[in-house]
Ligand binder design. Structure first.
Ligand code: NAD
Length: 504
Protein backbone atom coordinates (compact mmCIF):
# COMPACT_ATOMS: atom_id res chain seq x y z
CA UNK A 1 0.00 0.00 0.00
CA UNK A 2 1.37 3.45 -0.89
CA UNK A 3 0.05 6.91 -0.02
CA UNK A 4 -0.65 9.31 -2.91
CA UNK A 5 -0.13 13.08 -2.81
CA UNK A 6 -3.85 13.54 -2.06
CA UNK A 7 -3.41 11.45 1.09
CA UNK A 8 -5.37 8.44 -0.17
CA UNK A 9 -3.90 4.94 -0.30
CA UNK A 10 -3.05 3.07 -3.47
CA UNK A 11 -4.08 -0.52 -2.82
CA UNK A 12 -1.89 -2.99 -4.67
CA UNK A 13 -1.83 -6.76 -5.22
CA UNK A 14 0.06 -9.29 -3.06
CA UNK A 15 1.84 -11.73 -5.33
CA UNK A 16 4.63 -14.15 -4.49
CA UNK A 17 5.08 -12.76 -1.01
CA UNK A 18 5.25 -9.04 -1.91
CA UNK A 19 3.01 -6.11 -2.63
CA UNK A 20 3.04 -5.15 -6.29
CA UNK A 21 1.24 -2.50 -8.32
CA UNK A 22 1.01 -5.02 -11.16
CA UNK A 23 0.91 -4.10 -14.81
CA UNK A 24 -2.84 -3.51 -15.32
CA UNK A 25 -3.64 -0.02 -16.58
CA UNK A 26 -6.94 0.37 -14.69
CA UNK A 27 -7.80 1.41 -11.15
CA UNK A 28 -10.93 2.47 -9.27
CA UNK A 29 -11.71 4.47 -6.14
CA UNK A 30 -12.52 2.94 -2.76
CA UNK A 31 -14.91 4.91 -0.52
CA UNK A 32 -15.59 5.35 3.15
CA UNK A 33 -19.38 4.85 2.99
CA UNK A 34 -19.93 6.78 6.23
CA UNK A 35 -18.37 9.97 4.84
CA UNK A 36 -18.85 9.45 1.13
CA UNK A 37 -15.17 10.36 0.68
CA UNK A 38 -12.65 8.49 -1.45
CA UNK A 39 -10.17 6.74 0.83
CA UNK A 40 -8.10 4.77 -1.65
CA UNK A 41 -7.37 3.89 -5.23
CA UNK A 42 -7.47 0.20 -6.06
CA UNK A 43 -5.25 -1.28 -8.77
CA UNK A 44 -7.26 -3.64 -10.98
CA UNK A 45 -5.48 -6.70 -12.38
CA UNK A 46 -4.77 -7.03 -16.06
CA UNK A 47 -3.92 -10.20 -17.97
CA UNK A 48 -0.22 -10.20 -17.01
CA UNK A 49 -1.12 -9.95 -13.30
CA UNK A 50 -3.47 -12.93 -13.61
CA UNK A 51 -0.70 -14.95 -15.24
CA UNK A 52 1.87 -13.98 -12.63
CA UNK A 53 -0.34 -14.68 -9.59
CA UNK A 54 -1.29 -18.13 -10.90
CA UNK A 55 2.32 -18.93 -11.86
CA UNK A 56 3.53 -18.00 -8.35
CA UNK A 57 0.78 -20.09 -6.75
CA UNK A 58 1.51 -23.04 -9.02
CA UNK A 59 5.21 -22.87 -8.21
CA UNK A 60 4.49 -22.74 -4.46
CA UNK A 61 1.75 -25.39 -4.38
CA UNK A 62 3.88 -28.52 -4.81
CA UNK A 63 6.36 -27.62 -2.08
CA UNK A 64 3.61 -26.60 0.33
CA UNK A 65 1.61 -29.76 -0.40
CA UNK A 66 4.72 -31.82 0.41
CA UNK A 67 5.46 -29.90 3.62
CA UNK A 68 4.81 -32.04 6.69
CA UNK A 69 1.49 -31.72 8.44
CA UNK A 70 3.20 -30.61 11.64
CA UNK A 71 5.00 -27.75 9.88
CA UNK A 72 1.86 -26.67 8.05
CA UNK A 73 -0.11 -26.75 11.27
CA UNK A 74 2.54 -24.68 13.05
CA UNK A 75 1.95 -21.89 10.51
CA UNK A 76 -1.80 -22.09 11.15
CA UNK A 77 -1.30 -21.76 14.92
CA UNK A 78 0.96 -18.74 14.42
CA UNK A 79 -1.52 -17.16 12.00
CA UNK A 80 -4.29 -17.65 14.57
CA UNK A 81 -2.29 -15.72 17.19
CA UNK A 82 -1.45 -12.95 14.71
CA UNK A 83 -5.07 -12.44 13.62
CA UNK A 84 -6.19 -12.38 17.26
CA UNK A 85 -3.53 -9.82 18.19
CA UNK A 86 -4.37 -7.59 15.17
CA UNK A 87 -8.11 -7.61 15.73
CA UNK A 88 -8.31 -3.85 16.37
CA UNK A 89 -6.37 -2.99 13.23
CA UNK A 90 -8.39 -5.42 11.12
CA UNK A 91 -11.69 -4.14 12.53
CA UNK A 92 -10.73 -0.51 11.88
CA UNK A 93 -9.85 -1.39 8.28
CA UNK A 94 -13.20 -3.16 7.79
CA UNK A 95 -15.17 -0.26 9.27
CA UNK A 96 -13.33 2.34 7.19
CA UNK A 97 -14.26 0.67 3.89
CA UNK A 98 -17.41 -1.33 4.66
CA UNK A 99 -19.04 1.00 7.18
CA UNK A 100 -20.22 -1.60 9.74
CA UNK A 101 -19.79 -0.68 13.39
CA UNK A 102 -16.50 -1.64 15.04
CA UNK A 103 -18.03 -4.18 17.43
CA UNK A 104 -19.67 -5.95 14.49
CA UNK A 105 -16.39 -5.89 12.55
CA UNK A 106 -14.72 -7.58 15.53
CA UNK A 107 -17.56 -10.10 15.56
CA UNK A 108 -16.91 -11.10 11.95
CA UNK A 109 -13.19 -11.49 12.68
CA UNK A 110 -14.12 -13.73 15.63
CA UNK A 111 -16.18 -15.99 13.37
CA UNK A 112 -13.27 -16.12 10.89
CA UNK A 113 -10.89 -17.02 13.70
CA UNK A 114 -13.07 -20.02 14.53
CA UNK A 115 -12.29 -21.41 11.08
CA UNK A 116 -8.56 -20.83 11.60
CA UNK A 117 -8.84 -22.75 14.88
CA UNK A 118 -10.69 -25.56 13.09
CA UNK A 119 -7.85 -25.66 10.52
CA UNK A 120 -5.27 -25.89 13.32
CA UNK A 121 -6.66 -29.38 14.00
CA UNK A 122 -6.61 -30.45 10.36
CA UNK A 123 -4.39 -33.49 10.97
CA UNK A 124 -7.31 -35.17 12.71
CA UNK A 125 -9.31 -34.90 9.46
CA UNK A 126 -6.54 -36.03 7.11
CA UNK A 127 -5.82 -39.36 8.79
CA UNK A 128 -7.59 -41.39 6.14
CA UNK A 129 -8.97 -44.91 6.49
CA UNK A 130 -7.30 -48.31 6.56
CA UNK A 131 -8.68 -51.79 5.90
CA UNK A 132 -6.32 -54.52 7.03
CA UNK A 133 -6.47 -57.83 5.08
CA UNK A 134 -9.25 -56.59 2.80
CA UNK A 135 -8.41 -59.56 0.64
CA UNK A 136 -5.90 -62.31 1.40
CA UNK A 137 -2.55 -60.55 1.87
CA UNK A 138 -3.99 -57.29 0.65
CA UNK A 139 -4.51 -54.07 2.62
CA UNK A 140 -6.44 -51.08 1.33
CA UNK A 141 -6.07 -47.53 2.56
CA UNK A 142 -7.40 -44.21 1.43
CA UNK A 143 -6.50 -40.62 2.16
CA UNK A 144 -6.95 -37.20 0.68
CA UNK A 145 -4.45 -35.00 -1.16
CA UNK A 146 -4.55 -31.27 -1.93
CA UNK A 147 -5.87 -30.10 -5.30
CA UNK A 148 -3.02 -27.65 -6.05
CA UNK A 149 -4.07 -24.06 -6.80
CA UNK A 150 -7.46 -22.85 -5.58
CA UNK A 151 -9.03 -19.40 -5.80
CA UNK A 152 -11.59 -17.63 -3.62
CA UNK A 153 -13.76 -14.81 -4.97
CA UNK A 154 -15.44 -12.96 -2.13
CA UNK A 155 -18.18 -10.35 -1.52
CA UNK A 156 -18.01 -6.93 0.13
CA UNK A 157 -20.14 -7.70 3.15
CA UNK A 158 -17.61 -9.78 5.14
CA UNK A 159 -14.14 -8.69 3.97
CA UNK A 160 -12.36 -10.79 6.62
CA UNK A 161 -14.78 -13.56 7.61
CA UNK A 162 -15.57 -14.90 4.14
CA UNK A 163 -11.90 -15.10 3.03
CA UNK A 164 -11.30 -16.90 6.35
CA UNK A 165 -14.12 -19.34 5.55
CA UNK A 166 -11.91 -20.54 2.71
CA UNK A 167 -8.17 -19.83 2.96
CA UNK A 168 -7.30 -21.51 6.31
CA UNK A 169 -8.84 -24.82 5.28
CA UNK A 170 -7.48 -24.69 1.71
CA UNK A 171 -3.98 -23.89 2.99
CA UNK A 172 -4.01 -26.31 5.93
CA UNK A 173 -4.72 -29.24 3.62
CA UNK A 174 -1.81 -28.20 1.39
CA UNK A 175 -3.07 -25.93 -1.42
CA UNK A 176 -1.91 -22.54 -2.63
CA UNK A 177 -4.77 -20.02 -2.34
CA UNK A 178 -5.47 -16.93 -4.47
CA UNK A 179 -7.93 -14.42 -2.99
CA UNK A 180 -9.86 -12.08 -5.29
CA UNK A 181 -11.60 -9.84 -2.73
CA UNK A 182 -14.41 -7.38 -3.35
CA UNK A 183 -13.33 -4.13 -5.01
CA UNK A 184 -15.44 -2.19 -2.48
CA UNK A 185 -13.42 -3.02 0.66
CA UNK A 186 -10.12 -4.58 -0.43
CA UNK A 187 -7.67 -3.39 2.25
CA UNK A 188 -8.37 -5.99 4.95
CA UNK A 189 -7.22 -8.74 2.58
CA UNK A 190 -3.81 -7.03 2.34
CA UNK A 191 -3.48 -7.13 6.11
CA UNK A 192 -4.39 -10.84 6.08
CA UNK A 193 -1.66 -11.42 3.46
CA UNK A 194 0.87 -9.67 5.68
CA UNK A 195 -0.15 -11.79 8.67
CA UNK A 196 0.17 -15.03 6.67
CA UNK A 197 3.69 -13.96 5.71
CA UNK A 198 4.58 -13.13 9.32
CA UNK A 199 3.24 -16.55 10.32
CA UNK A 200 5.88 -18.14 8.10
CA UNK A 201 3.75 -19.16 5.13
CA UNK A 202 6.03 -19.58 2.09
CA UNK A 203 5.73 -16.98 -0.67
CA UNK A 204 3.07 -17.76 -3.26
CA UNK A 205 0.91 -19.91 -0.97
CA UNK A 206 -1.46 -17.00 -0.18
CA UNK A 207 -1.87 -14.24 -2.78
CA UNK A 208 -4.27 -11.36 -3.28
CA UNK A 209 -5.33 -10.35 -6.77
CA UNK A 210 -7.51 -7.25 -6.92
CA UNK A 211 -9.83 -6.68 -9.79
CA UNK A 212 -13.23 -6.93 -11.36
CA UNK A 213 -14.77 -9.25 -13.95
CA UNK A 214 -11.53 -9.39 -15.95
CA UNK A 215 -9.60 -10.79 -12.97
CA UNK A 216 -12.42 -13.20 -12.09
CA UNK A 217 -12.75 -14.48 -15.66
CA UNK A 218 -8.98 -14.95 -15.80
CA UNK A 219 -9.12 -17.22 -12.75
CA UNK A 220 -12.25 -19.10 -13.90
CA UNK A 221 -10.67 -20.06 -17.20
CA UNK A 222 -6.99 -20.48 -16.25
CA UNK A 223 -5.83 -24.08 -16.82
CA UNK A 224 -3.59 -23.97 -13.72
CA UNK A 225 -6.42 -23.12 -11.29
CA UNK A 226 -7.95 -26.33 -9.93
CA UNK A 227 -10.93 -25.09 -7.93
CA UNK A 228 -13.03 -21.99 -7.31
CA UNK A 229 -14.83 -20.99 -4.12
CA UNK A 230 -17.23 -18.09 -4.61
CA UNK A 231 -19.50 -16.14 -2.27
CA UNK A 232 -21.65 -13.31 -3.64
CA UNK A 233 -24.94 -12.57 -5.37
CA UNK A 234 -26.98 -15.27 -7.10
CA UNK A 235 -26.61 -14.16 -10.75
CA UNK A 236 -22.82 -13.99 -10.39
CA UNK A 237 -22.73 -17.29 -8.42
CA UNK A 238 -24.60 -19.01 -11.25
CA UNK A 239 -22.25 -17.53 -13.84
CA UNK A 240 -19.18 -18.56 -11.83
CA UNK A 241 -20.46 -22.11 -11.45
CA UNK A 242 -21.30 -22.49 -15.13
CA UNK A 243 -18.08 -20.93 -16.41
CA UNK A 244 -15.63 -22.61 -14.05
CA UNK A 245 -17.20 -26.08 -14.35
CA UNK A 246 -17.10 -25.69 -18.15
CA UNK A 247 -13.36 -25.15 -17.70
CA UNK A 248 -12.99 -28.37 -15.73
CA UNK A 249 -12.78 -26.91 -12.24
CA UNK A 250 -14.33 -27.97 -8.97
CA UNK A 251 -16.70 -25.18 -7.89
CA UNK A 252 -18.70 -24.14 -4.85
CA UNK A 253 -20.61 -20.90 -5.50
CA UNK A 254 -22.69 -19.46 -2.66
CA UNK A 255 -25.34 -16.97 -3.76
CA UNK A 256 -27.81 -14.50 -2.34
CA UNK A 257 -30.59 -14.99 0.16
CA UNK A 258 -34.04 -14.03 1.39
CA UNK A 259 -34.15 -15.33 4.94
CA UNK A 260 -37.52 -15.74 6.66
CA UNK A 261 -38.18 -15.91 10.39
CA UNK A 262 -41.49 -17.44 11.45
CA UNK A 263 -43.05 -15.95 14.58
CA UNK A 264 -45.54 -18.29 16.22
CA UNK A 265 -48.19 -16.83 18.56
CA UNK A 266 -46.76 -18.92 21.45
CA UNK A 267 -43.28 -17.37 21.13
CA UNK A 268 -41.83 -14.99 23.68
CA UNK A 269 -42.65 -11.99 21.50
CA UNK A 270 -40.31 -9.54 23.26
CA UNK A 271 -37.42 -11.93 22.74
CA UNK A 272 -38.49 -12.51 19.11
CA UNK A 273 -38.75 -8.76 18.43
CA UNK A 274 -35.30 -8.12 19.95
CA UNK A 275 -33.78 -10.77 17.71
CA UNK A 276 -35.73 -9.73 14.62
CA UNK A 277 -34.57 -6.13 14.89
CA UNK A 278 -30.94 -7.10 15.50
CA UNK A 279 -30.95 -9.65 12.67
CA UNK A 280 -32.66 -7.30 10.21
CA UNK A 281 -30.80 -4.06 10.97
CA UNK A 282 -27.37 -5.25 12.20
CA UNK A 283 -24.67 -4.44 9.63
CA UNK A 284 -27.39 -2.35 7.89
CA UNK A 285 -29.02 -5.60 6.74
CA UNK A 286 -26.02 -6.43 4.57
CA UNK A 287 -25.58 -10.00 5.81
CA UNK A 288 -26.30 -13.08 3.75
CA UNK A 289 -28.00 -14.51 6.86
CA UNK A 290 -29.87 -11.29 7.75
CA UNK A 291 -33.54 -11.83 8.51
CA UNK A 292 -35.30 -9.87 5.79
CA UNK A 293 -38.79 -11.38 6.06
CA UNK A 294 -40.76 -11.88 9.28
CA UNK A 295 -43.59 -14.34 8.73
CA UNK A 296 -46.06 -13.48 11.47
CA UNK A 297 -48.49 -16.30 12.22
CA UNK A 298 -52.06 -15.52 13.34
CA UNK A 299 -52.45 -13.32 16.39
CA UNK A 300 -48.66 -12.84 16.72
CA UNK A 301 -48.75 -10.29 13.90
CA UNK A 302 -50.12 -7.07 15.47
CA UNK A 303 -48.06 -7.50 18.62
CA UNK A 304 -44.79 -8.35 16.93
CA UNK A 305 -45.08 -5.50 14.43
CA UNK A 306 -45.63 -3.03 17.30
CA UNK A 307 -42.63 -4.40 19.20
CA UNK A 308 -40.33 -4.38 16.16
CA UNK A 309 -41.46 -0.83 15.38
CA UNK A 310 -40.38 0.28 18.88
CA UNK A 311 -36.99 -1.38 18.46
CA UNK A 312 -36.42 0.00 14.95
CA UNK A 313 -37.09 3.52 16.23
CA UNK A 314 -34.49 3.00 18.96
CA UNK A 315 -31.63 1.94 16.65
CA UNK A 316 -28.64 4.32 16.77
CA UNK A 317 -27.44 4.92 13.22
CA UNK A 318 -24.00 6.50 12.98
CA UNK A 319 -20.52 6.16 11.53
CA UNK A 320 -19.16 2.77 12.60
CA UNK A 321 -16.41 4.30 14.73
CA UNK A 322 -18.90 6.13 17.00
CA UNK A 323 -19.25 4.52 20.42
CA UNK A 324 -22.74 3.12 20.92
CA UNK A 325 -23.62 2.98 17.21
CA UNK A 326 -25.84 0.02 16.34
CA UNK A 327 -25.73 0.36 12.59
CA UNK A 328 -23.68 2.16 9.95
CA UNK A 329 -24.26 3.09 6.30
CA UNK A 330 -24.87 0.86 3.29
CA UNK A 331 -22.04 0.22 0.90
CA UNK A 332 -22.67 2.55 -2.10
CA UNK A 333 -25.00 5.33 -3.25
CA UNK A 334 -26.35 2.85 -5.85
CA UNK A 335 -27.20 0.44 -3.05
CA UNK A 336 -29.01 3.21 -1.15
CA UNK A 337 -31.01 4.18 -4.27
CA UNK A 338 -31.99 0.55 -4.88
CA UNK A 339 -33.22 0.12 -1.30
CA UNK A 340 -35.20 3.40 -1.35
CA UNK A 341 -36.78 2.47 -4.70
CA UNK A 342 -37.95 -0.94 -3.44
CA UNK A 343 -39.45 0.59 -0.27
CA UNK A 344 -41.29 3.20 -2.35
CA UNK A 345 -42.63 0.53 -4.71
CA UNK A 346 -43.91 -1.51 -1.76
CA UNK A 347 -45.66 1.54 -0.30
CA UNK A 348 -47.24 2.30 -3.69
CA UNK A 349 -48.35 -1.34 -3.99
CA UNK A 350 -50.24 -1.18 -0.69
CA UNK A 351 -47.75 -2.31 1.96
CA UNK A 352 -47.97 -0.49 5.31
CA UNK A 353 -44.80 1.57 5.91
CA UNK A 354 -44.51 1.24 9.68
CA UNK A 355 -41.00 2.70 10.01
CA UNK A 356 -39.52 4.74 7.16
CA UNK A 357 -35.72 5.11 7.00
CA UNK A 358 -35.52 6.56 3.50
CA UNK A 359 -34.90 10.17 4.47
CA UNK A 360 -32.49 9.55 7.33
CA UNK A 361 -29.60 12.02 7.54
CA UNK A 362 -26.80 11.43 10.04
CA UNK A 363 -25.61 14.73 11.49
CA UNK A 364 -21.96 15.35 10.61
CA UNK A 365 -22.10 12.58 7.96
CA UNK A 366 -24.44 14.23 5.48
CA UNK A 367 -22.54 12.78 2.50
CA UNK A 368 -22.59 9.22 3.89
CA UNK A 369 -24.67 6.45 2.29
CA UNK A 370 -27.13 6.01 5.15
CA UNK A 371 -30.59 4.42 5.12
CA UNK A 372 -32.44 4.12 8.42
CA UNK A 373 -34.17 1.00 9.75
CA UNK A 374 -37.37 0.42 7.80
CA UNK A 375 -40.33 -1.87 8.54
CA UNK A 376 -42.88 -2.77 5.88
CA UNK A 377 -46.00 -4.60 7.09
CA UNK A 378 -48.68 -6.47 5.08
CA UNK A 379 -46.28 -7.23 2.26
CA UNK A 380 -47.46 -9.72 -0.36
CA UNK A 381 -45.36 -12.13 -2.41
CA UNK A 382 -45.94 -10.27 -5.70
CA UNK A 383 -44.19 -7.11 -4.43
CA UNK A 384 -40.53 -6.44 -5.28
CA UNK A 385 -39.89 -5.96 -1.54
CA UNK A 386 -40.66 -9.67 -1.18
CA UNK A 387 -39.23 -11.09 -4.40
CA UNK A 388 -35.91 -9.20 -4.47
CA UNK A 389 -32.95 -9.46 -2.14
CA UNK A 390 -33.00 -5.90 -0.71
CA UNK A 391 -29.67 -6.21 1.15
CA UNK A 392 -30.38 -3.19 3.32
CA UNK A 393 -31.93 -2.41 6.73
CA UNK A 394 -35.47 -3.29 5.71
CA UNK A 395 -37.68 -5.82 7.50
CA UNK A 396 -40.63 -7.04 5.50
CA UNK A 397 -43.58 -8.55 7.40
CA UNK A 398 -45.82 -11.10 5.69
CA UNK A 399 -48.89 -12.24 7.61
CA UNK A 400 -50.15 -15.85 7.41
CA UNK A 401 -52.71 -17.86 9.38
CA UNK A 402 -50.91 -21.13 10.11
CA UNK A 403 -47.48 -22.73 10.43
CA UNK A 404 -48.26 -24.84 7.35
CA UNK A 405 -48.86 -21.64 5.33
CA UNK A 406 -45.56 -20.22 6.61
CA UNK A 407 -43.68 -23.37 5.57
CA UNK A 408 -45.30 -23.37 2.11
CA UNK A 409 -44.38 -19.70 1.64
CA UNK A 410 -40.72 -20.29 2.51
CA UNK A 411 -40.47 -23.44 0.43
CA UNK A 412 -41.84 -21.61 -2.61
CA UNK A 413 -39.11 -18.96 -2.34
CA UNK A 414 -36.24 -19.49 -4.81
CA UNK A 415 -33.59 -18.88 -2.12
CA UNK A 416 -32.76 -21.32 0.66
CA UNK A 417 -29.90 -19.93 2.72
CA UNK A 418 -31.12 -19.50 6.30
CA UNK A 419 -34.40 -19.45 8.20
CA UNK A 420 -35.60 -19.41 11.79
CA UNK A 421 -38.66 -20.13 13.89
CA UNK A 422 -39.56 -18.41 17.16
CA UNK A 423 -41.80 -20.60 19.30
CA UNK A 424 -42.08 -22.18 22.75
CA UNK A 425 -43.35 -25.44 21.25
CA UNK A 426 -40.95 -28.28 20.50
CA UNK A 427 -43.59 -29.81 18.26
CA UNK A 428 -43.85 -26.67 16.07
CA UNK A 429 -40.05 -26.43 15.93
CA UNK A 430 -39.66 -30.06 14.90
CA UNK A 431 -42.36 -29.84 12.23
CA UNK A 432 -40.69 -26.72 10.84
CA UNK A 433 -37.16 -28.12 10.94
CA UNK A 434 -38.18 -31.28 9.07
CA UNK A 435 -40.40 -29.67 6.43
CA UNK A 436 -38.36 -26.65 5.47
CA UNK A 437 -36.27 -26.57 2.25
CA UNK A 438 -33.47 -24.38 3.56
CA UNK A 439 -29.84 -25.25 4.34
CA UNK A 440 -29.44 -23.60 7.77
CA UNK A 441 -32.27 -23.51 10.30
CA UNK A 442 -32.48 -21.67 13.62
CA UNK A 443 -34.84 -22.54 16.47
CA UNK A 444 -35.16 -19.35 18.52
CA UNK A 445 -31.79 -18.44 16.90
CA UNK A 446 -32.21 -15.76 14.22
CA UNK A 447 -28.85 -16.06 12.40
CA UNK A 448 -28.04 -19.79 12.45
CA UNK A 449 -24.50 -19.47 11.07
CA UNK A 450 -22.95 -22.88 11.84
CA UNK A 451 -19.87 -23.10 14.05
CA UNK A 452 -16.63 -23.84 12.19
CA UNK A 453 -16.69 -27.62 12.74
CA UNK A 454 -20.03 -27.87 10.93
CA UNK A 455 -20.23 -26.53 7.36
CA UNK A 456 -22.03 -23.46 6.01
CA UNK A 457 -24.25 -23.57 2.95
CA UNK A 458 -27.71 -22.89 1.62
CA UNK A 459 -30.00 -24.70 -0.80
CA UNK A 460 -31.64 -23.74 -4.11
CA UNK A 461 -30.45 -20.38 -5.54
CA UNK A 462 -28.25 -19.81 -2.48
CA UNK A 463 -25.66 -22.43 -3.50
CA UNK A 464 -24.47 -23.80 -6.82
CA UNK A 465 -22.32 -26.90 -6.34
CA UNK A 466 -22.43 -29.79 -3.90
CA UNK A 467 -20.22 -28.99 -0.96
CA UNK A 468 -20.71 -26.30 1.66
CA UNK A 469 -17.85 -24.07 2.90
CA UNK A 470 -15.51 -24.69 5.84
CA UNK A 471 -15.88 -27.55 8.34
CA UNK A 472 -15.85 -31.13 7.03
CA UNK A 473 -17.26 -30.10 3.63
CA UNK A 474 -14.45 -27.55 3.22
CA UNK A 475 -11.86 -30.28 3.79
CA UNK A 476 -13.53 -32.46 1.15
CA UNK A 477 -13.80 -29.56 -1.28
CA UNK A 478 -10.10 -28.67 -1.15
CA UNK A 479 -8.84 -32.28 -1.37
CA UNK A 480 -9.32 -35.32 -3.57
CA UNK A 481 -9.30 -38.94 -2.51
CA UNK A 482 -6.65 -41.53 -3.27
CA UNK A 483 -7.07 -45.23 -2.51
CA UNK A 484 -4.08 -47.58 -2.27
CA UNK A 485 -4.50 -51.33 -2.64
CA UNK A 486 -1.26 -53.08 -1.61
CA UNK A 487 0.19 -56.56 -1.46
CA UNK A 488 3.69 -57.45 -0.23
CA UNK A 489 4.20 -61.08 -1.31
CA UNK A 490 6.85 -63.18 0.39
CA UNK A 491 9.76 -63.88 -2.04
CA UNK A 492 8.85 -67.59 -2.01
CA UNK A 493 5.16 -66.94 -2.46
CA UNK A 494 3.44 -68.51 -5.45
CA UNK A 495 2.09 -66.02 -7.96
CA UNK A 496 -1.62 -65.25 -7.49
CA UNK A 497 -2.00 -63.68 -10.92
CA UNK A 498 -5.30 -64.69 -12.47
CA UNK A 499 -7.12 -64.06 -15.73
CA UNK A 500 -10.35 -63.94 -13.74
CA UNK A 501 -11.47 -61.01 -11.66
CA UNK A 502 -9.77 -61.65 -8.28
CA UNK A 503 -12.16 -62.59 -5.48
CA UNK A 504 -10.09 -63.81 -2.55
P1 NAD B 1 -21.30 -9.61 -5.99
O1 NAD B 1 -21.88 -10.84 -6.58
O2 NAD B 1 -21.59 -8.31 -6.66
O3 NAD B 1 -19.69 -9.70 -5.94
C1 NAD B 1 -19.05 -10.82 -5.38
C2 NAD B 1 -17.70 -11.00 -6.06
O4 NAD B 1 -17.91 -11.27 -7.45
C3 NAD B 1 -16.79 -9.76 -5.99
O5 NAD B 1 -15.48 -10.18 -5.73
C4 NAD B 1 -16.94 -9.15 -7.37
O6 NAD B 1 -15.75 -8.51 -7.79
C5 NAD B 1 -17.22 -10.35 -8.26
N1 NAD B 1 -18.10 -10.02 -9.39
C6 NAD B 1 -19.14 -9.13 -9.40
N2 NAD B 1 -19.73 -9.12 -10.61
C7 NAD B 1 -19.08 -10.02 -11.38
C8 NAD B 1 -19.24 -10.46 -12.74
N3 NAD B 1 -20.20 -9.98 -13.52
N4 NAD B 1 -18.39 -11.40 -13.22
C9 NAD B 1 -17.42 -11.91 -12.43
N5 NAD B 1 -17.22 -11.52 -11.13
C10 NAD B 1 -18.04 -10.60 -10.62
O7 NAD B 1 -21.75 -9.57 -4.45
P2 NAD B 1 -21.54 -8.40 -3.40
O8 NAD B 1 -22.46 -7.28 -3.72
O9 NAD B 1 -20.10 -8.11 -3.20
O10 NAD B 1 -22.04 -9.13 -2.06
C11 NAD B 1 -23.38 -9.20 -1.67
C12 NAD B 1 -24.04 -10.48 -2.14
O11 NAD B 1 -23.32 -11.60 -1.63
C13 NAD B 1 -25.45 -10.64 -1.62
O12 NAD B 1 -26.24 -11.18 -2.65
C14 NAD B 1 -25.31 -11.64 -0.46
O13 NAD B 1 -26.47 -12.38 -0.17
C15 NAD B 1 -24.24 -12.51 -1.01
N6 NAD B 1 -23.58 -13.24 0.05
C16 NAD B 1 -23.88 -14.55 0.20
C17 NAD B 1 -23.30 -15.28 1.22
C18 NAD B 1 -23.63 -16.72 1.41
O14 NAD B 1 -23.04 -17.31 2.27
N7 NAD B 1 -24.52 -17.31 0.65
C19 NAD B 1 -22.39 -14.67 2.09
C20 NAD B 1 -22.09 -13.32 1.91
C21 NAD B 1 -22.69 -12.62 0.87
Amino acid sequence: MTTTTSGTQTITHFINGSETAGSGDRSQPVYNPATGQISGELRLAGQADIQSVVAAARAAADGWGQTSLSRRTAVLFKFRELVASHIDELAATITAEHGKVLSDAKGEIGRGLEVVEFACGISQLLKGEYSDQASTGIDVYSFREPLGVVAGITPFNFPVMVPLWMAPVAIAVGNAFILKPSERDPSASMLLAELWKQAGLPDGVFSVLHGDKEAVDGLLTHPDVDAISFVGSTPVAKYIHETATAHGKRVQALGGAKNHAVIMPDADLDNAADHLAAAAFGSAGQRCMAISVAVAVGEAADLVVQKVQDRANAVTVAEGTVAGADMGPVITPASKSRIVKIVTEAENDGAALVVDGRELVVKGNEEGFFVGPTVLDKVRTGMSAYSEEIFGPVLVVVRVDTLEEAIALINANPYGNGTAIFTSSGAYARTFQRAIHVGMVGVNVPLPVPVAYHSFGGWKNSLFGDLHVYGPDGVKFYTRGKVITQRWPEPSHESLASYNFPSS
